[in-house]
Design a protein around this ligand. Structure first.
Ligand code: LHQ
Length: 254
């Protein structure tokens, strides 16, 4: 239910149940967690793309599997939680290449990524309330930070659809891409990131998130710790040397 490929230091994880718009099952979540960890820990990978096969990104939980016998709390703790944590703990940039609709927990997956590139025909659907559920899989944690409390509440209570253009205006989409340029632009963006200082980007991700729950003194300490590590990377040396040499830097990611 997942495809995993690595080309030129870019790992692409493709949700692969196109007949059900890549709806999520326990198996899909298990494979997704495993792929995310593999990409996070592999020295050959500097960027991760998460995308969907066919016309959708992901339609959320497979609703044909819903049943009264299932404790949704347990499903979230044991199946969705590990996916969200694997994304949160990943120290490499993760791009959601949102090729089509992302609904329910599919929207949540896109929100947990660092970038959302959206096809012009893609959309986000905060579908949960339409089936009497609350947003899950980390959805409100990320959504409120991205669009603010009021818009997160509005989308969640009304179950609204957000088009790609609206998502761009809300800063939910990094970029909206015309369909005919989809692959080319996603690849160009991923390869641009793959040639940047990977370790430092991981530290930037961690440091920005440290700001969410820190006092200023705690944050300044986290920043000092992060910069100490960044200052010891080869990429820092290379960046400075390239600047002095007046040439483009060649970052190795460490
Ligand atoms: C699907 C699905 C789907 C199965 C399309 N399942 N078949 C929940 C419960 C428990 C624990 C943990 O967390 C969660 C989290 C959640 O994710 S809750 C939210 C679940 N997702 C939704 O409520 C979205 C349901 N889908 C839709 O609203 C629409 O399908 C969207 C807006 C995604 C796309 O609409 P269309 O482009 O009009 O496509 P479609 O509706 O015609 O769907 C195409 C096929 O895919 C269709 O099957 P069929 O055999 O008729 O061709 C759908 O039944 C199937 N499909 N989503 N989630």
């Amino acid at each position: 239910t997942i495809q995993y490929d690595v080309i030129q230091q870019v790992a692409t994880i493709t949700l692969h149940r196109p007949a059900k718009l890549n709806a999520i099952t326990l198996q899909l979540n298990a494979e997704l967690s495993k792929a995310l960890k593999q990409a996070s820990h592999s020295d050959d990978v500097r960027v991760i793309i998460l995308t969907g096969e066919g016309r959708a990104f992901c339609s959320g939980q497979d609703l044909t599997l819903a049943s009264d016998d299932v404790d949704y709390g347990d499903v979230l703790r044991t199946s969705y939680g590990p996916v969200v944590r694997a994304m949160e703990e990943c120290e490499k940039p993760i791009i959601a290449a949102v090729n089509g609709v992302a609904a329910g927990a599919g929207f949540s997956l896109a929100l947990a990524c660092d970038f959302r590139l959206m096809s012009e025909k893609a959309s986000f659907v905060q579908a949960f309330v339409q089936i009497g559920l609350i947003p899950d899989a980390g959805n409100l944690y990320y959504l409120s930070k991205l669009v603010g409390h009021a818009k997160a509440l509005e989308l969640s209570l009304l179950g609204g659809k957000v088009t790609a253009e609206e998502a761009k205006a809300l800063h939910l989409a990094t970029k909206v891409i015309p369909e005919e340029q989809w692959e080319e632009q996603v690849n160009a963006f991923a390869h641009q990131l793959a040639n940047m200082p990977t370790k430092t980007m991981g530290l930037i991700k961690r440091n920005l998130k440290a700001s969410w729950n820190s006092t200023l003194p705690e944050f300044l300490e986290a920043e000092a710790n992060g910069q100490k590590i960044a200052g010891l990377t080869n990429d820092h040396k290379e960046g400075v040397q390239a600047f002095l040499d007046k040439r483009p830097p060649l970052f190795q990611g460490n």
